[in-house]
Design a protein around this ligand. Structure first.
Ligand code: SF4
Length: 629
C-alpha cells in the first residue's frame, strides 16, 4: 500500500502496554483519514454508553492521506472521542507539524485507551513508545508545555500535542493544542485530562512513499501556484477575521449573547482594525502555501505583551458577543484561552451567557469573587477586564464562577436554574451542548437546519449550509423544499475535506470553483497519484457521506433521538430588533418541516434513524447490524 502503513498503534495508559493492529486496504479506501478514520476508530474501540470522562472513552487520532507529501494544506489530522460536552461524537481537526511526524512515524493512527494513575506524557518514537513522568509540566500552558518537551528532548523534530490547565482540571470546554493549532471543539482536552495525559509527542523518521511522485509533484505545484492568487487573497491578507464586518453588514454578527445581529462598534474589533493597529505577523501551518494565521499583539497598556492567533470565530465570541470593543482586551482573552487550553468559541459564548445572567439579575457581583477581585466585579457586556479575568478563572476553575463556566452553557444554565429557580436556559446558546458559531441563524434558514442536525452540535465547520443562504442562492429568510437536500449536500461536501483532510481554504484553487464539479476531479487525481487507487468523482463524493454516516451512527448508538436535533430557545422565540435580519426567528413548524426534508434527503427514517439497507449500500454492514433499522 502507498502512503499508508497499514497499521494503527494502540496504547494502554493503565497497563502501559502497546500493540499494533493491521487494517486492510479496503478499510482505508472507505475511511481515508482525518475525522472519518478517527470516528471509525472510536466506533470500534469505545465502551458503548461510557461516561466520556471514564477510561472506556478512547482518544482516537488519524492522520491524513496527504500528510508528509507535497500536497498543499494536507498536513492535518482528526481526533475523536465521545464528547464530554455533548455526550455524542466529539470530532476535532488540527494541523501543522504533528500530523507530518505521525505519518513519518510509521503509524496511520493512534488509539489511546484507559487512564494512567499518574500524570504522563507519551512519546512515540517511530515504532517505540515511552511513558514519561509529566508531574513537572502540570500547570503549564499549552505552548509552554510543548516548549519544555522540545527542550528536554533536544530535538526540533519531536512534535507534541498537549493540554493546558483547563484540560488538567477537566473543563468540558478544554481543547488540545499542537504547533499553535487547536483541536478546539467538543472538549477533547477534558478527555486527555481524565486519562492524566498531559502531552503526546511524536518523532517520525520514515519517508512517505507515494504511487506516482512525478504526477503528485506536478499536481501539487499547480495547486501551489493557484494558492498564491486571488482565490486565497482574503485569507492571506486579513484571514478569517475579515468576516466580522461582512456578518455585521448582513445583521448576522452575534452581539451580546446573540441578543442582536449588529454590533455598533464592530469596526473596533474586526480584521481591518487588527491589521492596522495590532498585527504582529502572518504565519502558516506546515505544508501550507496560503498562510491565513494573523497573529495579533498588544504593544501598550494593561495587556502589553499579549500575543495570540486571531480567527473570526475567536473575535466574534470574545468581542462582539461579549459586547467588547477593546481589541487589546480581546487579544489578551484569546491568548489566555490559547495558553490555558480553552476553546475560544465555547469560552466567549459561555461568558456572554454569564453577562446576560448578570444583566437580568440572576447573578450579582458577589458571584464573581476571585483572588484578583475578592469582592467580585461588574460582569457587564463590554467590560474587557471582566472577560479577561473570566478566561483565567475558567481555565483554573477558580471560584464559584470559574468552576461553573468551565463546563459550558448547557451545564451552567441547568445548575443555575436548579439552584436559583431561574430560566437562564433560554439564553444558553448551544446545540446538543456545543456553543454556537459566529452566525445568527434566525435569518439563515438553511443553516439553522444544518446546525440543528449537526452531529457534533452547533458547528459551522461541519455544516457549510450557511453558504447558499449568504451567497443568495436561496432566500435566507424563508424555507422551501430544497433545504433538506442543501443541508445534506453541504455537510457531506465539508466532510470530504475533513476526512482527507485538506484545509477548506484551498477549495477554490483547483479550478476556481469551490463546488464538487470544480474540486472532486482534482482531488481524485491527487488521491490516485498518492495511493495508486482508481478513485473517480463518485468515490470522492462517497468519502463525505460515509464520514458523516459513521458519526451519526455513533450518536445513535449513544442514545440520540430526534429531539436532540434542536435549536436554542432564543432562536425560536425572540426576534432580532435591528438591522437587515430584524424580525426573524425559526418557528417550531419551520424546524419540524426542515428536519423532515433533511431526513428524507439523507435516506433516513422520519425519526432520523438509518435504514439497514442504506448502511449496507455504503459498505457499512457491521454498522448496519448494530444500529440499522
Ligand atoms: S490556510 Fe490557514 S488554517 Fe489552512 S492550512 Fe494554511 S495556515 Fe493552516
Amino acid at each position: 500500500m502507498y502512503a499508508y502503513w497499514g497499521k494503527i498503534l494502540h496504547i494502554d495508559l493503565a497497563t502501559r502496554k502497546t500493540w499494533s493492529e493491521s487494517k486492510p486496504e479496503e478499510w482505508y479506501k472507505m475511511y481515508i483519514g482525518g475525522v472519518s478514520m478517527a470516528s471509525r476508530l472510536c466506533w470500534e474501540n469505545i465502551e458503548v454508553g461510557c461516561d466520556p470522562l471514564s477510561p472506556g472513552n478512547p482518544i482516537c487520532i488519524a492522520g491524513g492521506i496527504f500528510s508528509g507529501t507535497p500536497v498543499p494544506v494536507g498536513g492535518k489530522y482528526g481526533m475523536v472521542s465521545k464528547s464530554p460536552l455533548t455526550g455524542f461524537v466529539g470530532d476535532s481537526l488540527s494541523g501543522s507539524w504533528l500530523p507530518i511526524s505521525l505519518k513519518r512515524s510509521g503509524w496511520d493512527g493512534i488509539v489511546i485507551h484507559n487512564a494512567s494513575n499518574d500524570w504522563v506524557t507519551v512519546f512515540v518514537d517511530d515504532d517505540k513508545v515511552e511513558f514519561r513522568d509529566a508531574s513537572h509540566l502540570l500547570g503549564l500552558g499549552c505552548g509552554a508545555t510543548e516548549e519544555a518537551i522540545r527542550e528536554e528532548m533536544g530535538d526540533d523534530q519531536v512534535r507534541s500535542a498537549s493540554i493546558g490547565p483547563a484540560g488538567e482540571k477537566l473543563a468540558r470546554i478544554a481543547n488540545v493544542s499542537n504547533d499553535g493549532r487547536k483541536a478546539g471543539r467538543c472538549g477533547q482536552g477534558a478527555v486527555w485530562g481524565s486519562k492524566k495525559l498531559k502531552a503526546l509527542s511524536i518523532r517520525g523518521t520514515h519517508g512517505v512513499v507515494v504511487a506516482d511522485p512525478e504526477e503528485l509533484m506536478k499536481l501539487s505545484f499547480e495547486i501551489q501556484q493557484a494558492a498564491q492568487g486571488p482565490h486565497t487573497e482574503k485569507y492571506r491578507v486579513l484571514g478569517t477575521s475579515s468576516n466580522v464586518l461582512s456578518m455585521n453588514r448582513l445583521g448576522l454578527l452575534p452581539t451580546r449573547n446573540y441578543q442582536e445581529g449588529v454590533f455598533e462598534d464592530a469596526e473596533l474589533v474586526c480584521g481591518e482594525y487588527l491589521h492596522e493597529h495590532n498585527k504582529a505577523k502572518t504565519i502558516a501551518c506546515a505544508q501550507c502555501p496560503i498562510g491565513c494565521e494573523q497573529v495579533g499583539h498588544v504593544k501598550e497598556g494593561a495587556y502589553a505583551g499579549a500575543m495570540a492567533h486571531i480567527e473570526y470565530e475567536s473575535l466574534y465570541a470574545l468581542g462582539s458577543n461579549c459586547g467588547l470593543n477593546d481589541m487589546k482586551a480581546v487579544i489578551q482573552a484569546i491568548a489566555n484561552c490559547n495558553e490555558g487550553g480553552l476553546d475560544t468559541m465555547s469560552t466567549g459564548v459561555t461568558i456572554s451567557w454569564a453577562f446576560e445572567c448578570y444583566e437580568k439579575g440572576v447573578f450579582t457581583k458577589e458571584d464573581f469573587k476571585c483572588e484578583k477581585y475578592p469582592d467580585g466585579f461588574e460582569a457587564e457586556f463590554g467590560n474587557g477586564e471582566a472577560v479577561v479575568t473570566l478566561t483565567e478563572m475558567m481555565y483554573n476553575r477558580e471560584g464559584y464562577m470559574g468552576n461553573l463556566l468551565a463546563d459550558g452553557t448547557r451545564r451552567a444554565s441547568k445548575q443555575v436554574d436548579e439552584e436559583r429557580g431561574t430560566e437562564s436556559y433560554k439564553w444558553a446558546m448551544n446545540i446538543k451542548g456545543l456553543e454556537l458559531p459566529g452566525y445568527d441563524a434566525r435569518a439563515l434558514k438553511t443553516f439553522s437546519l444544518g446546525l440543528a442536525t449537526g452531529v457534533r452540535g452547533g458547528c459551522h465547520n461541519r455544516s457549510a449550509a450557511y453558504d447558499p443562504d449568504i451567497k443568495g442562492e436561496v432566500d435566507r429568510f424563508t424555507i422551501d423544499d430544497t433545504r433538506g437536500e442543501l443541508a445534506k449536500s453541504t455537510e457531506e461536501y465539508a466532510a470530504v475535506y475533513d476526512s482527507l483532510p485538506l484545509c477548506k481554504f484551498i477549495r477554490r484553487c483547483f479550478t476556481g470553483k469551490a463546488d464538487r464539479a470544480g474540486a472532486w476531479p482534482m482531488i481524485a487525481k491527487l488521491i490516485n497519484a498518492t495511493t495508486g487507487w482508481d478513485f473517480g468523482y463518485d468515490d470522492v463524493d462517497l468519502i463525505g457521506e460515509r464520514a458523516h454516516t459513521i458519526k451519526k451512527a455513533f450518536n445513535i448508538r449513544e442514545g440520540w433521538t430526534i429531539e436532540d436535533d434542536h435549536l436554542p430557545w432564543r432562536w425560536q422565540h425572540e426576534k432580532m430588533k435591528e438591522g437587515p435580519s430584524a424580525g426573524y426567528l425559526v418557528t417550531q413548524e419551520e424546524l419540524d418541516a426542515l428536519k423532515d426534508m433533511y431526513y428524507k434527503a439523507k435516506g433516513w427514517t422520519k425519526k432520523g434513524l438509518i435504514p439497514k439497507k442504506k448502511l449496507v449500500a455504503l459498505g457499512m454492514d457491521d454498522v448496519a447490524e448494530e444500529i440499522g433499522v
